[in-house]
Design a protein. Structure first.
Length: 492
């Protein structure tokens, strides 16, 4: 009965989290497309620079304690209240730091508008601190339905506000308004839906207990965030805001899909693995199924975007964004293995071995910085290409500790995912060939109309080939998804 209840809870969590992340990413993506056409590459580049500081500050405020609250076996309201007040206090300190550094940042990136915008944007640190505690509460209860509702409402209202500001000529301020309003709305809506009451309770002993686990996750998250955002200031310093904008948009296309899947996995797998952390076999089985099913979805999505990149950019963004095509393909290659990183790192976190997590991050990021330094002389394309290759190497690094923790190492993982990987690769080649054939026939993707036609034909060809190959080779993930859908329909 307990096993059946856990499976039902996992499936329900995945479904609601997938809907929430999918809705969040789709709404955000559509809104960003509208804003991109109105604002252009350079304004997106400026926003990307500012968001680096917000991302780093949010890691310090949220990551360690949120993960500790979810992972801890026995947690009470005093834990949540203590983390809330500590997070708000840290937010105040970090806001003061960013407020003071804003003119220095503006001078470094040669853009005086950054000073007031960064100071306003940084207010989202406070709402982010509140949201972090509320989301930890939701994750422990696996109540992802509430999070789904709150996220969609915040996305729609904030997106409408951002678009309205852009139409009225607010420029980059439109992006600031969108980001800040979304953060505040999400915190307010979650608070109301959960009916959670904050109390003036603070326990230093509780904080110390959570910090003993959380500080390693915090440092790991900080290293990862700094490394992930390192490319933006490097590109901005060596080139210009327009190139940063092209890279940011190229990165955002695959990020919509990869982050949606990764955040779903991260939110559901951590509490799930935490419940099975003493059962190696259960953890191994869940990891195997997760990697195969997520790979069956992520691999074709990433490789498919690589195949249709040129017409897709012209249709969705316009001619001024065509410089992002090559970068888009390389970013897709990088994000195609994101789900592998998440599954392995969450298994390590749930086992309580945050020390291993930290060591992995230090090793990976040290090598990653070296890769960046060696590739920077060859230009942006070379930098992103080397980053993508290194992301594949990292799948082996992240999976290595799980050989002992749950008996599921990197070679076994890749062996299990190989059928999905090769099938997706074959599909992408066929989709690209379909576009190439149309080009040779005189239908090149040079205008909006022909680009749209080429993209549609490529997508149809890719989906058809993938479905036929999945059925012909009887892929396990394909059969599992069909059986899951049939089971859901049967229960209605």
């Amino acid at each position: 009965m307990e096993d059946s209840a856990l499976k039902k809870s996992i499936l329900s969590g995945f479904l609601w989290k997938a809907v929430e992340n999918g809705g969040d990413q789709i709404i955000t993506f559509v809104i960003s497309l509208i804003l991109a056409r109105i604002l252009g590459p350079s304004r997106y580049g400026t926003m990307s620079v500012m968001l680096i500081f917000i991302a780093i500050a949010n890691v310090i405020i949220q990551t360690g304690f949120q993960t500790a609250l979810i992972q801890k076996k026995d947690v009470d309201e005093t834990d949540f209240h203590s983390v809330l007040w500590l997070s708000l206090g840290v937010s105040a300190v970090l806001y003061a730091v960013i407020f003071g550094l804003a003119p220095v940042v503006a001078k470094y990136f040669k853009d005086p508008e950054i000073t007031p915008m960064l100071r306003v944007l940084s207010l989202m640190l406070f709402s982010g601190a509140v949201t972090s505690v509320l989301l930890a509460h939701i994750s422990r209860q696996m109540d992802f339905r509430t999070q789904c509702i709150a996220t969609v409402i915040a996305d729609v209202i904030a997106g409408a506000a951002g678009i309205a500001a852009a139409v009225l000529g607010a420029g980059t301020w439109a992006l600031v308004i969108q980001q800040l309003s979304k953060s505040v709305l999400l915190a307010v809506i979650l608070w109301r839906l959960l009916s959670w009451k904050a109390e003036c309770v603070f326990s230093l002993e509780k904080v110390k207990s959570l910090f003993s686990y959380g500080w390693k996750v915090l440092v790991s998250g900080l290293i990862d965030t700094i490394y992930t955002n390192l490319y933006t200031p490097v590109i901005s310093r060596l080139y210009n805001a327009e190139m940063v904008g092209l890279y940011t948009r190229a990165n955002q296309f695959p990020q919509v899909i990869a982050n949606s899947a990764a955040m779903t996995m991260q939110s559901v797998l951590l509490p799930t693995f935490s419940k099975t952390q003493d059962d190696r076999e259960s953890t191994r089985v869940i990891m195997k199924r997760t990697l195969k099913v997520s790979g069956y979805i992520i691999f074709p999505a990433m490789f498919g975007i690589m195949a249709v990149a040129e017409p897709m950019v012209r249709v969705l963004l316009g001619e001024e964004w065509m410089g992002a095509v090559t970068l888009l393909r390389l970013c897709c290659l990088s994000f195609s293995v994101w789900h592998i990183h998440i599954a392995n790192l969450q298994a390590i976190n749930a086992s309580g071995r945050s020390d291993i997590y930290l060591k992995l991050e230090i090793v990976k990021k040290a090598i990653g910085v070296l890769v960046l330094v060696l590739s920077v002389r060859w230009g942006v394309v070379a930098m992103i290409f080397m980053k993508a290759l290194f992301d594949y190497v990292c799948t082996f690094i992240n999976a290595w500790p799980n050989r002992k923790l749950c008996g599921y190492g990197p070679m076994e993982q890749w062996k299990d995912m190989l059928p999905e990987f090769l099938t997706a690769g074959t599909m992408a080649v066929c989709a690209w060939a379909a576009g190439r054939a149309m080009s040779l026939a005189g239908l090149s993707a040079a205008t909006f109309g022909t680009a749209l036609l080429v993209m549609i034909v490529q997508i149809i060809a890719g989906v058809a080939v993938y479905a036929v190959l999945s059925a012909a080779f009887k892929l396990e993930s394909f059969r599992f998804l069909l059986e899951t859908v049939k089971g859901v329909r049967g229960r209605k």
